[in-house]
Design a protein around this ligand. Structure first.
Ligand SMILES: NC(=O)c1ccc[n+]([C@@H]2O[C@H](COP(=O)([O-])OP(=O)(O)OC[C@H]3O[C@@H](n4cnc5c(N)ncnc54)[C@H](O)[C@@H]3O)[C@@H](O)[C@H]2O)c1
Length: 474
């Protein structure tokens, strides 16, 4: 498989060579200024033609789909033209949201395989995929093949082969395939990115991220929402089945796929005690879940080494009685930042000992205020009012909508999706084989060496149709 994919590398090299020589291989220059070949060219930096009005079809009107439907009503230029679920009451609840917002009704797709028709709907430009994990890849492939850009909840894929298929389909169809990793737009994640970009942490060396969230309640039938499918996924898989919340923001800060790349990993599972104890305490004796042979262990710890020699620790624990954390520690030669709670320690001069202790609350708050990321400066207030994990969901949606409307490349692409989602398979493989080292494929096929890093981006609210004074949203 690896060898076959490498064949794509030589084709890519040819296309770059063609671009340098000015040979237009059947494509044209995009709004973003990059050559846009029709078939198989890299998608990094790809910009699609401007879409002033974005017609969105949502597949999966559960927790995430419904929340996006509400947020979408606040974003000028987004029109939800189609909704899809296999459960009638989910469609009914979504219709009420549109009616309450006094928006025109969306076309309804009801049924187990109705998403296939939505992916062919000529009135849909973007498929917003908020389905359970088993449908993530099929919906993405159908959407791109149907000519739509596709945004998918996390993790967007689960195996190395699925990741390659998404990469190749995005390249072939010239459609965006982005993972909806909302945590990249978290206030502290963006502060970290900003401090790193401004050089305040020095040369970056190490990072730590996690998804530590007590979700034992999902084994009970009265669990809020309908996320019971997630219990089955955790029963059937070990390793880290949910690596992206902790990892993707760190990858953006480390310029992964844009100057560095994830090279290899080793992964280790802990004991398995908490789900079992919880189920014994709360589930009725005849509940078949009590007999479930869980493959997921309480804690999975994975260490990744990057091509440039940095290390990243990623952890997953949805079983232990522990407070929520994504950790978000980034360390460099001039200092360290860490969240939960936010702590910062910076050296002003090498070896001055100032970073031996975290700054006090006052100094930390001053730095947080001074180095807030521009996206949070521009619309922090608006985002907090709109909600969605403290506002980061709204900022993420605003940002991709802005990029599509203005014909700009998106902040994340299919290579970011692939490099992080392949950990689902690789961590399971490593942890079940005595933590053997596993190579992480280079989905960019060498382009990571020359891809441009993500800049400190912003949004022009007026261009999006917000009329109020900018300070009202900051
Ligand atoms: N980014 C985040 O912060 C975050 C938070 C929670 C969940 N998630 C992710 O979002 C996704 C959805 O999670 P959720 O909590 O909304 O789950 P959910 O179970 O509440 O929603 C899934 C919806 O998909 C529908 N569905 C199932 N099969 C279908 C089919 N064949 N056709 C159409 N619809 C179908 C279900 O009826 C349900 O309404 C998951 O990938 C999850 O990992 C992300």
């Amino acid at each position: 498989m690896e060898t076959k994919r490498q064949t794509g590398c030589s084709r890519r090299d040819f296309l770059i060579g063609a671009a340098v020589l000015g040979i237009a291989a059947g494509g044209c220059r995009s709004e973003g200024g990059l050559f846009d070949f029709t078939d198989g060219a890299p998608m990094h930096g790809f910009a699609a033609p401007k879409l002033p009005t974005i017609r969105v079809g949502i597949v999966g009107m559960g927790g995430r789909g419904k929340h996006f439907l509400k947020r979408a009503q606040l974003i000028p230029g987004i029109v939800v033209t189609a909704i899809c679920d296999n459960v009638p009451k989910k469609i009914e609840a979504s219709k009420c949201i549109l009616a309450d917002a006094k928006k025109p009704p969306a076309r309804e797709y009801l049924g187990e395989e109705a998403w296939k028709a939505l992916c062919e709907d000529p009135n849909v430009d973007v498929v917003y995929n908020t389905t359970p994990w088993s449908l993530h890849v099929p919906v993405q492939l159908a959407a791109m093949r149907g000519g739509k850009h596709v945004f998918t909840e996390v993790p967007s894929a689960f195996t190395v082969d699925e990741c390659w298929e998404l990469v190749e389909t995005s390249e072939k169809t010239r459609r965006h395939c982005m993972q909806l990793e909302n945590c990249c737009y978290g206030e502290v994640e963006m502060l970290t990115f900003n401090l790193a970009r401004l050089g305040m942490l020095g040369t970056l060396t190490h990072a730590e991220g996690a998804y530590i969230h007590d979700l034992r309640g999902m084994s009970r039938s009265e669990w809020p929402g309908s996320e019971c499918w997630r219990f089955d996924e955790n029963r059937d898989h070990g390793g880290n089945r949910y690596p992206t919340h902790g990892l993707v923001p760190l990858c953006l800060t480390f310029d992964v796929n844009r100057g560095d790349r994830l090279d290899y990993l080793v992964s280790l599972d802990s004991a398995q005690e908490n789900f079992k104890a919880y189920m014994e305490a709360y589930l009725k004796p005849d509940n078949p879940r009590r007999a479930a042979a869980m493959k997921m262990h309480d804690m999975n710890s994975t260490l990744i080494r990057t091509a440039n020699g940095r290390s990243i620790l990623v952890q997953h624990d949805v079983a232990s009685p522990r407070p929520y954390t994504r950790i978000q520690l980034v360390s460099g030669t001039k200092g360290t930042i860490c969240n939960y709670p936010l702590r910062i320690a910076l050296e002003e001069k090498t070896g001055d000992g100032k970073a031996h202790m975290w700054y006090d609350e006052k100094r930390t708050a001053e730095i947080q205020q001074k180095y807030r990321h521009p996206l949070w400066k521009t619309m922090g207030k608006l985002a907090k009012r709109a909600g969605g994990h403290g506002g980061m969901d709204f900022i993420m949606d605003m940002r991709w909508a802005y990029c599509l409307q203005q014909g700009l490349p998106l902040d994340m692409d299919v290579y970011d999706l692939a490099a992080t989602c392949c950990l689902c398979e690789l961590t399971e493989k490593s942890s079940t084989h005595r933590s053997m080292a596993c190579d992480i494929p280079d989905f960019t096929r060498g382009a990571w060496r020359t891809n441009k890093p993500l800049g400190i981006v912003d949004i022009d609210l007026q261009k999006m149709g917000f009329t109020q004074d900018r300070s009202a949203h900051a």
